[in-house]
Write a protein that binds this ligand. Structure first.
Ligand SMILES: Cc1cc2nc3c(=O)[nH]c(=O)nc-3n(C[C@H](O)[C@H](O)[C@H](O)COP(=O)(O)O)c2cc1C
Length: 188
């Protein structure tokens, strides 16, 4: 199979990571792949915050996880099938104790809302090509409700965070591909 298509099809959201660090060179190559994403008018309205520091990861955990449980309990549990077993098996149901957390920060202008998710996908595919697992964790945005976290990320009012994206070597390998729905395609 074509290697690009193979990477696209074999990339899986990884929710269990080794503590092993990812080398700086590899992280730079992954972010570099992100910045090669297309963007409207080639404006490239993005920047990155790469978190590896254990203390700051703990800060993110402290900011997000209680809010996650609060939200979950308010809703009377999480209905999505994929979440239930995860909540039972991990102490960190938001960041899955990943060694690296990448925030893709877009400037709210022009087509940033279309551009930044493509940056994220590039990052996840590049990570996969290096044998590194990834997961876009929308719940990670709960950490942004903490003022100190926003300050550390130097978030401005005209910016929006995409992801964050977790990176790390997958514990026990990559999960099996979930079944993807077959879309209807109208050919004209
Ligand atoms: C915008 C977005 C938000 C997501 N948020 C979470 C999340 O908070 N926690 C999580 O475990 N997975 C999250 N995911 C991963 C999806 O659950 C996952 O992509 C989906 O189940 C398909 O599985 P696959 O990525 O292995 O193909 C998110 C994915 C996207 C695109």
């Amino acid at each position: 199979m074509n290697t690009v298509v193979e990477a696209i099809k074999n990339r899986r959201s990884v929710r269990a990571y080794e503590t092993r660090a990812i080398s700086r060179d590899t992280l730079e190559a992954i972010i570099e792949a992100g910045r090669w994403a297309p963007s409207g008018m080639n404006l490239q309205l993005w920047r990155f915050v790469v978190v590896q520091d254990a203390e700051f990861r703990q800060k993110l955990f402290d900011a997000a996880v209680p809010r996650y449980y609060e939200w979950r309990d308010r809703r009377g549990g999480v209905s999505k099938v994929v979440r239930k077993p995860i909540d039972d098996i991990t102490e960190d149901p938001v960041f899955y104790s990943a060694p690296v957390i990448v925030f893709v920060v877009g400037t709210k202008l022009a087509t940033y809302a279309q551009d930044c998710p493509m940056v994220c996908q590039n990052i996840m595919l590049a990570a996969h090509s290096f044998g590194i697992g990834s997961c876009w964790v929308g719940y990670g945005q709960l950490a942004l409700q903490d003022e100190e976290v926003r300050e550390a990320l130097e978030l401005k009012d005209d910016e929006e965070v995409f992801g964050p994206i977790l990176l790390g070597y997958p514990e026990g390998g990559f999960p099996e591909p979930p079944r993807k729905k077959v879309p209807t395609i109208k050919w004209i």
